[in-house]
Design a protein around this ligand. Structure first.
Ligand code: GLN
Length: 504
């Protein structure tokens, strides 16, 4: 895979500068590799002409020195971001032929910076799920072991990067969908502070939890993407204004990163000296598989060798987060998905007698079982008589979890946590109860309830002849993305987990 020769944005820029390769050649090679590796089922729409036109424009920009570091960088977009030149389906029959008249803000900003869109990436239907099996296109396969899940819901994004088919990708994270697939595929990903990346043009799931973010092999590459895609957007009513305009916000993240990076460099042999890493007590007492425990322990030892110190912190209500999340997110989903009625948006049934039957049939034909389950649960918890018992209680738990995170973050600089209790599961496993799967999100979703930024980075592999990646999670305080990325970057200069690639 050509991208394995230039695995980072910086190395790719050097190759472009030295005329080792052009954006057009690289794009052609990526598109060919995508065809060769169709069995991964990572991509759901490709438009070669559109990608090649962008590549030619990128080469022209580089030739007349109007480029950015992202000019010519081949990336993919999770199929929940609307795109003008590619279909946007949210991996649902409901939107199977939907063609958007505009680009999502995130896509627009990355394209304006000269990045090449290679196509759209598979995911769980409406981003609901954590193993890619709810996609109408069928599951994405994990490039490390084709019988296993790459995680989800940003399954295609993680698998494509791990397989060397794209240098980076966008993802969305409502309860872990960037961090968990990144961990399962041995790459890095960051869910930024809620409100710092525009949701305009991102198909909505749980609007108070959804956050777009970048995925790539190296933490440093996440920085390049995040500084470009993030920042205030007047078209998103929840977009934060306090960080100023987009240019300033990108600059804020970069200067924060540089600040920490320099600080680490001045403390040569123990770069992370003085950094307090919080370990959540409640996460230690639980269901982690031995291989995950081993890798997380080793990662902590590495961080300690680099100078960081451990502090135990407690989030007493953390075990209520799953219940609260699975009340709030379906409630918001049930409201967001009401627009798919076969009239305003979405699939329309061919067989109906009246308006009521048309809506009912269109929705039952268009949505898959997991999405229907969420709509039912969400409608129930919002209904009269249940609203106080479920929805309001869940919001109270949410507020308390937010406070407990603040108390924990007052005692440390960042929190270290698992991403998932286990290794990527085998695909097509029969799940006893859907709620068992919901419980598997316990390490990631409390971060979304609190709106905090969190990053996932590779920190180990399972043993055996088919090693599977294991990831660690770093959770920071609001607007501390630059710090999280600098710590991960420091970890990655002393480890090589993120550089390992699957044999395909
Ligand atoms: N697995 C979680 C869910 O299904 C999270 C999904 C996501 O982050 N989009 O809700």
């Amino acid at each position: 895979m050509l991208l394995n020769t230039f695995p980072t944005i910086e190395s790719l820029n050097e190759a472009f500068d030295n005329k080792k390769i052009s954006a057009l050649e690289l794009t052609q090679s990526c598109l060919a590799a995508i065809q060769t590796h169709q069995q991964l089922n990572a991509w759901v729409d490709i438009n070669e002409d559109a990608s090649l036109a962008q590549a030619k424009a990128a080469d022209a920009q580089r030739a007349n020195h109007t480029h950015t570091p992202l000019t010519g960088v081949p990336i993919g977009h999770k199929d929940v971001f609307v795109t003008r030149h590619w279909r946007t389906t949210a991996a649902s029959k409901m939107l199977q032929n939907y063609q958007s008249p505009f680009d999502a803000t995130v896509v627009e900003r990355l394209q304006n910076a000269g990045s090449i869109t290679l196509g759209k990436l598979n995911c769980d239907e409406f981003a609901m799920g954590s193993d890619s099996q709810t996609s109408v296109f069928g599951p994405t396969l994990n490039p490390w072991d084709l019988t296993r899940t790459p995680g989800g819901s940003s399954s295609g994004s993680a698998a494509a990067i791990a397989a060397g088919l794209a240098l980076a990708a966008t993802g969305s994270d409502t309860g872990g969908s960037i961090r968990q697939p990144a961990a399962f595929c041995g790459i890095s990903g960051i869910k930024p502070t809620y409100g710092t990346v525009s949701r305009y043009g991102m198909v909505a799931y749980g609007s108070s939890l959804d956050q777009a973010g970048p995925m790539a092999r190296h933490a440093r590459d996440l920085l390049y993407l995040l500084e470009t895609m993030g920042g205030f957007d007047e078209r998103d009513p929840t977009s934060l204004t306090h960080c100023g305009d987009q240019t300033n916000d990108g600059a804020r993240i970069r200067s924060q990163f540089e600040h920490w990076h320099q600080q680490f460099q001045t403390q040569d042999d123990r770069p992370l000296k003085g950094l307090r890493i919080g370990i959540i007590k409640e996460f230690l007492e639980n269901d982690l598989q031995p291989e995950v425990v081993k890798s997380l322990d080793e990662a902590l030892q590495t961080l300690e060798k680099l100078g960081a110190e451990r502090v135990e912190v407690s989030l007493p209500l953390i075990d209520m987060a799953t219940a609260a999340y699975y009340v709030i997110s379906p409630a918001e989903a049930s409201s967001n998905l009401s627009r798919f009625d076969g009239v305003r948006f979405g699939h329309r049934t061919e067989h109906y007698q009246d308006l009521h039957e048309m809506t009912a049939r269109s929705r039952s034909e268009g949505f898959g079982p997991e999405v229907k389950r969420r709509i039912l649960a969400g409608t129930y918890v919002l209904s009269e008589g249940h609203y106080e018992t479920f929805f309001l209680q869940a919001q109270r738990v949410r507020a308390m979890i937010l406070e407990q995170y603040q108390a924990a973050l007052a005692q440390c600089d960042v929190i270290f946590a698992p991403v998932s209790a286990g290794l990527p599961q085998a695909l097509n496993q029969t799940v006893e109860a859907p709620t068992d799967q919901w419980r598997a999100d316990r390490y990631t979703l409390s971060v979304n309830l609190a709106g905090l930024p969190a990053l996932s980075a590779p920190c180990g592999q399972s043993s055996g002849d088919k090693p599977l990646p294991i990831g660690m999670q770093l959770i920071g305080n609001y607007f501390q993305e630059g710090q999280l990325l600098a710590i991960a970057d420091c970890f990655q200069t002393h480890t090589d987990w993120h550089q390992r690639t699957p044999e395909l």
